[in-house]
Design a protein around this ligand. Structure first.
Ligand SMILES: [Zn+2]
Length: 106
């Protein structure tokens, strides 16, 4: 999955606007789907509990996936140069300073 670097953000460490690496925006939605499946499993618990050999271990593996999904859903955009967490630039909010790559071109 390609990382998006086409948007700018303010980097506190570089003290300028930089290209930011944005995490995949759908991790939160995927987390919601994960909990929906857990809810469906709660409804289907009589069937799951009747098959203790396959479905209960499968449910344990499924529940172990909450850690990585939570970590990925909480990921913040980072600076492409130094890796610091950046603040997204809201268009038209402040006087924009151009990133150094674009300043050299003009
Ligand atoms: Zn930076």
């Amino acid at each position: 999955m390609p990382l998006r670097t086409d948007r700018f953000a303010d980097c506190p460490r570089c003290a300028t606007q930089v290209h930011a690496v944005w995490p995949w925006p759908h991790w939160g939605r995927l987390r919601w789907i994960y909990f929906s499946v857990l809810g469906l499993c709660l409804v289907a618990s009589p069937v799951i509990l009747a098959d203790g050999f396959v479905m209960i271990p499968t449910m344990m593996v499924w529940m172990a996936a909450i850690g990585p999904i939570n970590r990925l859903a909480a990921k913040k955009p980072t600076c492409a140069r130094c890796g610091s967490i950046v603040t997204p630039v809201v268009p038209g909010s402040a006087a924009p300073s151009r990133p150094p790559e674009l300043r050299a071109a003009s």
